[in-house]
Design a protein around this ligand. Sequence first.
Ligand code: ARG
Length: 491
Amino acid sequence: MPQRRTNNSASQSRSHSKARASLTTTKNSPVSSQPTKLWGGRFKTRTHQLVERFTTSLPFDQRLYPYDIQGSIAHCKTLHHAKVLTRKECQTIIQGLEKVLREIQRGRFEFRNEDEDIHMSIERRLTQLIGPLGGKLHTGRSRNDQVALDLRLYVREALTTVSSGLRELQKALIVQARRYIHVIMPGYTHLQRAQPVLFAHHVLAYVDMFERDKGRLSDALTRLNVLPLGAGALAGTNYPIDRKFTAKLLDFPAVTTNSLDTVSDRDFVVEVLNACSLLMMHLSRISEEFILWSSQEFQFIEMSDSFCTGSSMMPQKKNPDVAELVRGKTGRVYGHLMSVLTTLKGLPLSYNRDLQEDKEPLFDALDTVTDSVTIYAELIKRLKVRQDVMAEAVQSGLLFATELADYLVRKGIPFREAHAIIGNLVGYCTAQKKDLAHITLTELRSHSSRFSKDASALLSPEGAIQRKAQIGGTARIQVEKRLRVLEKRLL
Ligand code: ARG
């Protein structure tokens, strides 16, 4: 699991305005005009506290700490491998880093805004713990390639979490498809009843969508799984480090090939946000259906009480809030995609501080997607299908209009003509207030002499289903086949 909410940062990463709002806070943390940190020899005055608060990424990048330390340990080993650090120095630094890690994990680490970001925080503490030797860790490295590494490591793990969440969700859908395998429901186009379909067929449509989502995530992973460390600030590094050695330590199959591109590239953030957006779009669509289906108007499904909420005023209400919120959060994830794309569009090579704006949208999108996928698997497990209501909805004869038209085609009538004949028949039924399911052979024959006795067999949901027997169709044989493949692959 990626370290999602550490220590006191519980909701900080979600609250985009937190660091900025604090600029005007007067009550608890008055803005003093006292300068704080001194940036080494180049600077005569210290950073203004306003600037410090405005520029810090610590409130949201502290969740990168395990990856930052992991990357630093690998970098340290690489420096030793390149004979820049002695074995002893390398060991002491690694021990110091491990101590910092433990401090953070135990909530004993002090995050100070004046450290600016997680990278500086960890290095500052390391130096406090092991002395000036700590200052050697950053040899041949810049925060520019360091943050690119941390982010890739973070995303790599987060994607695994999202993918396994998606798999759980698929499993829940597959189990429901099997549980209600015999149920037939109206299939819709334009939200108008169109043709009967198997409920399982409808549910498995979402399994296919989520399969593509997993594909997009693993596709993004292939491209982001490349070591950026060694690019330095922008041009590479003056030390004879072996980047492939570092890559092996951190389990990257390859290293990046252009240092300028490496420190300025956030394509992978956009790709992940894109995959997250599509995934949320799918969740939003299923939410929309569940909301409709659980309404008084449809009554196709029942959501568990434990996954709904009541109204503070209307005692009869049982609201599908989880589905509504997932639908709502979809907009938020789309927004993050747009936000990062917009941040990137005007940037000259190579690193620019604007890039720090990649983190909050990325983290929030990954949190939102992970939470949504997780809660959805549980919601689906608890869904009940009102088979009686679905069965009744599917009885309406209008769902068989296409069956009758295709019957006439089989009797030699061109499809367009058959379409018109059945159109007339439907008009006749509507005028007579008669359902197509109750039409007599005489009435059928008055519309076309090609109708004979066997036509009445067409007016059953089961028959309509069974005739759709091509790959991808809703015939039982096809749905069963697909369900078995999915059960074998995913359960
Ligand atoms: N907090 C920075 C970020 O997220 C880290 C890199 C800072 N680099 C720099 N040259 N100021 O992008």
